[in-house]
Write a protein that binds this ligand. Structure first.
Ligand SMILES: Nc1ncnc2c1ncn2[C@@H]1O[C@H](COP(=O)(O)OP(=O)(O)O)[C@@H](O)[C@H]1O
Ligand SMILES: [Mg+2]
Length: 238
């Protein structure tokens, strides 16, 4: 009998994120431009956790924003699930982000006029889930980041570390294939940071998400499959 090759898994899964030749310069106040990075190549496969480290101001957040299609590169290409995000019109790009991508912003961007549960439910609602199911999933996700029963609270009463955990819950609630997290443990005590790291690792290990984390934490970098350092000369193994 011939083996059924049609169901054989590929030896190496195709990357969820494939970026090539990314470059970005920013304007200087006195005129001219400063190159943050150039020639950045990056691939993250299903189930893989990649950490990016680098000095403050080197362009890590800018790189993550470019990868998410929230900022434009000066050169290069970003493919998410094989799709060129820059080539999409904004509505299609927003739809791709909503369905495929979870982003933990360094500045949280938790919306002040929505309760915690509604903040976290937002990606599910944008993806078309009914409100009751979305809110139930948001409450369960809040419990996973250690904010059980806090869904009715307002962002204004939260500490920075609590807001960071709301941002993480919102990024993961829709079970995205690609998780981009910008210093996700930067405001957390060591015990809570370990819990959040476990949650991010299980996204990769159990759900086979591709996880890209910008971090200054040795604990986070130590748990990653690969650590890359961003500098003006590019993104290289740390
Ligand atoms: N749109 C912009 N215009 C001018 N300068 C910018 C812009 N975006 C980022 N920068 C500058 O680029 C540098 C890198 O910023 P950022 O990506 O936030 O660094 P990191 O996350 O590594 O600390 C900083 O000096 C920042 O002020
Ligand atoms: Mg940053």
């Amino acid at each position: 009998m011939r083996p059924d090759l049609s169901s054989a898994p590929p030896a190496v899964a195709a990357p969820i994120l494939a970026a090539t030749g990314l470059a970005r310069a920013v304007p200087l106040a006195g005129g001219g431009r400063r190159t943050l990075f150039a020639g950045v190549d990056l691939a993250v496969r299903p189930g893989e956790v990649v950490a990016i480290v680098g000095e403050s101001g080197v362009g890590k957040s800018t790189l993550l924003n470019v990868v998410a299609g929230l900022d434009a590169a000066d050169a290069g290409q970003v493919l998410i699930g094989g799709q060129d995000i820059a080539a999409l019109a904004e509505p299609a790009r927003a739809a791709l982000r909503a369905s495929a991508l979870g982003f933990v912003f360094q500045a949280f961007h938790v919306l002040p006029h929505l309760t915690l549960a509604r903040n976290v439910a937002l990606p599910c609602l944008l993806a078309g889930m009914n409100a009751a199911d979305a809110l139930a999933r948001a409450e369960a996700m809040l419990a996973q980041v250690g904010l059980d029963g806090r869904g009715a609270d307002w962002p204004a009463v939260l500490s920075g570390g609590e807001l960071q955990r709301v941002a993480i819950a919102r990024a993961l609630v829709n079970r995205p294939g690609l998780v981009l997290a910008d210093e996700p443990t930067g405001n957390l005590d060591p015990e809570t940071a370990a819990r959040i790291l476990d949650l991010l690792l299980s996204e990769a290990r159990e759900r086979r998400a591709a996880v890209l984390i910008v971090t200054h934490s040795d604990m986070v970098a130590g748990a990653a499959d690969r650590v890359l350092r961003l500098s003006a000369s590019g993104l290289v193994p740390a």
